[in-house]
Design a protein around this ligand. Sequence first.
Ligand code: F0G
Length: 450
Amino acid sequence: MSIAQSTETAAKLRCIACGCTPDSAARDFRCAKCGDLLEFFFFGWTFDPAALKALWLNRKTSRNALDQSGVWRFRELLPHIPEEHAITLREGNTPLYQLPRCARIAGLDMLQAKHQGMNPTASFKDTGMTFAASSARHGGFRWVACASTGNTSASMAAYAARGNMHSLVLIPEGKISWGKLSQALDYGALTCQLRTDFDGCVRILNELVRQKPVYLLNSVNPYRIEGQKTAAIELLEQLGWEPPDHIIVPGGNLGNSSAIGKALLEMRELKLIARLPKLSIIQAQGANPFYRCVREFGGKKLEPMTADTMATAIRIGNPASWKKALRVLQATGGEVEQVTEVEIAAAKAEIGADGVGCEPASAVTLAGLKKLTKRGFVKPGESVVLILTGHLLKDPDFTIKFHRGEMFAGTPDDEDARRTKPLQRAPVVMEADLGAVIAALDRAERSSSR
Ligand code: F0G
């Protein structure tokens, strides 16, 4: 039950801090010498970029399950895992949408969003999970486990079930949405709700994997990062390999930003793209350790905090991958921003009003973009892609509370939240009467801005 590498692959593990290159990883995926994170690096890559692009495009018409996956389709840029161990739900293949109303609101000519919530379990986690769960199966593990704010656990439980493995989920009690919790239950996970926050769940899990033969599926697992890289590769393919000026992602545990940044750097190295987009990372103000790391400490240190935000997916105070994220932020020339709870709620409704929708954590991207355009970091004519990480239906409570005007009532944000009133669409309760419905329709038409 080791996590050894295949001899066929040109990929090797390397510690991001001390640079040592172990042949296999310990069960906590930490460097045995210095305790920092591991990553895959590739050597001997000699691809003809045009041939690679043609091969990937060609696979889209294949009937082979791996070719139909938006992750495995790009397997030339991933470490080798034998095909018979691959677990796929045909993840990836997510749409790139225009957001015309959001573009106007943000002061841009055009704005696009890659919706990773359109994955099989409705979040971006599936792209990393297909690959890392497959590596667990390849390693012969019976149990996989994660600490989660909800989406990782939903995704892990699904892939474990598909791969005939057991899954153990550690989630903070009361701090995850019903949508995500219900997924883990239906997919058959052993779900432990711990009376702590996400960071507390991570601490327990790290201890657990040292004592039990359980495969860790949090994003410290470098296979997760490799799978999640493909979102950026697929995005660039959708853009005809013409890089946007900016890509904007939410930041929680910072695995996703690290993965997207890694993909961008590798694609440039391979001459699949000619220049790098700037990758910017947005955090909720109440869960902003990375924002503070960059702005207050110049990237020198990350001070863990007790995190609090209604965007529960990114309620994380001690992000594991901050050094990886910092590196890609600096390499691409991106920025960090923080956004308030009211800004998140407004942005979420605005993305919804474009007919797309997303979960609260994803909406920090638009909220952050508005600030980046105001500051002049993003210019009106530039091309921008938001990465929407989770589906609108992941957290219906948040949405209903917002539209009913209940979200900020009696909180210090009440005053500030008044400006979100025009975005609210509370259901109108009325008698089962045609006249009443027609009156509601006429009222709505009079106040319509479209
Ligand atoms: N958006 C959503 C919807 C998420 O679920 C998460 C993280 C993030 C953004 C942040 O991504 O951690 O890679 O920076 N959710 C994790 C989970 C932590 O357990 O589901 P990150």
